[in-house]
Design a protein around this ligand. Structure first.
Ligand code: C2E
Ligand code: MG
Ligand code: MG
Length: 708
């Protein structure tokens, strides 16, 4: 039994105005297992076809109301199912009659054939032939339907996948597209265009690559799988082209395949990449991106340039306390402001900037000259430490930094960053602001020295290896020594006398600073008392380290030392650094007020290199500002430094503070400072740090020379 694939019998529509013909046809066909439905004219045939969807139509030509050809044409028009077989049953004279009655010419009959009939059987009907033809037509109809269905399915799959079909004809060099399927309507104004026209629409940066890929696919049979940007109207899309050269018959001259609009995917991908590589808070690149950019910048460096690359790292000092004081949101905002300031300050297309850790930033920058590196870093560092406005308040942030220079300190991104970070850690440890990278040799030497020093430091105090030197300070208006600064020295059993630069950091780290610091205070008080008893009222400056300053019993230690030595507190001047004072403003203000109340003097040491905010000075009870050596050094040659010193001096005078300039080495510097209004100076010009006895001798000599 002839069944359809779904096991229903085939349904045949028999169309004839002659009822007896219909009856015979029905009988014969039913005998072969077909389901038969009937129509008496062309009009009915159309209706039945659309309503009952027969698998085949057997249609008489000459019928009233609507003839078979017209009905056939109409069915084709309305049904759209080209695979429905329509077999015309034509009498020998039918064609002739149509020509006469329809006043149509042969041409129009032919077009009627073209419009739809699948086959013709002439009457009188040969029944064997009929059933064969029917079976054959059904089979080919079935096949056609399958092909058509799969083609439709393919098209919708392409549409769903956003795939378009493209084809490049190698003979004509024309390229054609079905862009509407890929949602890229209007990709090409014409569906076919010469390849060059098409390439014109590809993004400048992608064009050459695509052309090469197409040519390779053409010439070497390589599979094409390529992504490029393309302009459609004024929008840019990213398309992916996949294809290969045909291998059979005519296809050999074709390169064809599908293309896909991947704009969204790429955009999402770009977003994912962006998020993976950027820090959400500041929008800066994260460590991964920074490293990538740094590596790229190194790789892209033209061989010819003699430039050097500065790689810097900046770390916010004690960032945790901002979280405590300002809350998480406030601290976040602070980080954003810091990153903004860095961005503004760097302002370079050729460089890079990233947030490589919670409170750690890194940047790189090409410079013409290695010599520029320290100055460039210094100026960035300086601008970062200016106060930040948070909720109308000035917030002071201190940093530690380190930098390395390519090619001197390393060849690749990792090595350079590692060196900068090591330098930064060292700077933090030594409380030195920022430092350049060390050479490997320096590091080894320093580390072995440090471990030796650390080991020996524990016994240094009991072994009485520490001693104090005193550096004189001179007041311009009196022309005599008005005070001294006590500076610690360590007489190491093997290495001899060591500078505090080498061990104060270690004292801090090990916590020994508290005991050693207390000893310094006692020793300084003892010496001040001796001078006091001798009638020399010398102010004695004592340096306090950050850790010491945060110690709860600092006040008691100082106060008891002064009392035990029987020295008036006004002769003891406590030197604190700006960054130290800023760490916890409330604590600082309270503590300083206590000292003030007890009669001690307060000096701000190394002024200018830390936060340089004059404003905040108003909040602290301060007696003396010690201008850092860095500003004094170039005071004769640099207008900027002179302006800073001048500004500090004017303000200090207005507030009734004294100004001591540190590190004065030449008479010329001294003259400038005096002219600017600085009240006292300290430095090698007056005297290096020396023993108490030498101080006394110096004062005696000075007295004698004034007497004469
Ligand atoms: P500081 O408090 O800024 O002391 C001034 C430093 O500058 C001293 O170095 C001094 O010798 C040096 N100096 C003074 N005049 C000149 C000059 O004209 N030219 C040059 N090139 N240098 C000059 P020193 O003695 O090596 O001390 C270094 C630092 O160690 C001090 O800087 C201070 O921060 C710290 N320090 C010294 N003694 C103590 C102490 O007892 N306790 C603590 N916590 N720190 C100390
Ligand atoms: Mg000092
Ligand atoms: Mg100083």
């Amino acid at each position: 039994m002839p069944d359809r694939a779904d096991n229903f019998p085939y349904r045949l529509l028999v169309v004839d105005d002659d009822a007896s013909t219909r009856l015979v046809l029905r009988r014969v066909l039913a005998k072969h297992g077909y389901e038969v439905i009937e129509a008496a004219n062309g009009q009915e045939a159309i209706e039945q076809t659309l309503a009952l969807r027969p698998d085949l139509v057997l249609m008489d030509v000459m019928m009233p109301i609507l003839d078979g050809f017209s009905a056939c044409a109409q069915i084709r028009l309305e049904d759209g199912d080209e695979s429905l077989p329509i077999i015309m049953l034509t009498g020998a004279d039918d064609l002739e009659s149509i020509m006469l009655t329809g006043a149509d010419d042969l041409e129009s009959i032919e077009s009627a054939f073209n419009a739809g009939a699948t086959d013709f059987i002439t009457k009188p009907i040969n029944w064997t032939l009929l059933t064969q033809r029917v079976r054959y037509a059904l089979r080919s109809g079935q096949l056609n339907r399958e092909v058509r269905r799969s083609r439709l399915r393919e098209a919708s799959v392409r549409r769903i996948a956003g795939l378009g079909y493209w084809q490049w004809n190698l003979d004509t060099d024309q390229i054609s597209w079905t862009d509407e399927l890929a949602g890229l309507d209007g990709l090409l104004p014409d569906k076919t265009s010469p390849l060059v026209r098409f390439l014109d629409r590809i993004h400048d940066d992608d064009r050459r690559r695509l052309q090469v890929a197409l040519e390779r696919a053409r010439d070497m049979g390589a599979r094409l799988d390529h992504e490029c940007r393309i302009l459609v109207g004024d929008r840019e899309f990213v398309i992916r082209l996949v294809g290969e050269r045909g291998t059979q018959s005519e296809d050999i001259h074709q390169l064809y395949g599908v293309f896909q609009d991947v704009t969204e995917t790429r955009r999402t991908q770009a977003m994912v990449d962006y998020l993976a590589l950027h820090d959400e808070l500041t929008g800066l690149g994260n460590r991964r991106l920074f490293m990538r950019q740094l590596a790229e910048s190194l790789a892209l460096r033209p061989r010819s340039t003699s430039g050097v690359l500065l790689v810097g790292v900046l770390d916010v000092s004690r960032f945790g306390r901002f979280n405590d004081i300002m809350g998480q949101t406030g601290a976040d905002r602070l980080l954003t402001m810091i990153s903004q300031r860095l961005t503004d300050h760097l302002n370079v297309q050729t460089g890079g900037l990233g947030r490589i850790g919670g409170d750690e930033f890194a940047f790189f920058l090409w410079l013409d000259d290695e010599e520029d590196a320290p100055r460039r870093f210094q100026s960035l560092f300086h601008s970062l430490t200016l106060p930040y406005k948070c909720d109308g308040q000035d917030v002071f942030v201190s940093f530690s930094g380190g930098y390395s220079v390519f090619p001197r300190d390393g060849q690749d991104a990792e090595a350079l960053l590692a060196k900068s970070q090591a330098a930064q850690r060292l700077a933090r440890k030594q409380g030195r602001g920022f430092l350049p990278a060390e050479t490997d040799e320096q590091t080894t030497r320093r580390q072995s020295l440090e471990s030796e020093l650390e080991r020996d430091l524990y016994t240094a105090l009991v072994n009485r290896e520490f001693f104090l030197l005193y550096q004189p300070q001179m007041a311009f208006n009196q022309g005599k020594i008005s005070g001294v600064e006590a500076l610690i020295r360590w007489n190491h059993p093997r290495l001899g006398v060591l500078s505090p630069m080498l061990f104060v950091g270690l004292l801090e780290e090990t916590g020994l600073i508290n005991d050693v610091g207390a000893w310094v205070i006692q020793e300084a008080c003892r010496q001040a008392a001796i001078w006091h008893q001798q009638g020399m009222d010398l102010r004695v400056g004592v340096n306090l380290s950050p850790r010491q300053f945060l110690q709860d019993d600092l006040f008691d230690t100082v106060e008891q030392a002064a009392r035990a030595a029987e020295v008036p507190p006004s002769l003891i001047e406590l030197e604190i650094t700006e960054s130290l004072a800023m760490q916890d403003v409330d604590h600082t203000v309270k503590l300083l007020q206590r000292f003030r109340l007890a009669g001690f003097k307060i000096a701000v040491d190394d002024f200018g290199i830390g936060h340089s905010s004059l404003e905040y000075l108003l909040r602290f009870p301060i007696d003396v500002i010690k201008i850092d050596r860095a500003f004094v050094m170039d005071i004769t040659s640099r207008v900027g430094d002179r302006a800073i010193v001048r500004a500090i001096t004017v303000l200090a005078q207005a507030l009734g503070m004294m100004v001591i300039a540190e590190g004065v080495e030449t008479q010329r510097q001294s003259d400038f400072l005096e002219a600017i209004g600085v009240t006292e100076i300290q430095g090698y010009l007056i005297g290096k740090p020396m023993s108490a006895a030498d101080i006394e001798a110096m004062i005696h000599t000075a007295r004698q020379s004034t007497r004469h």
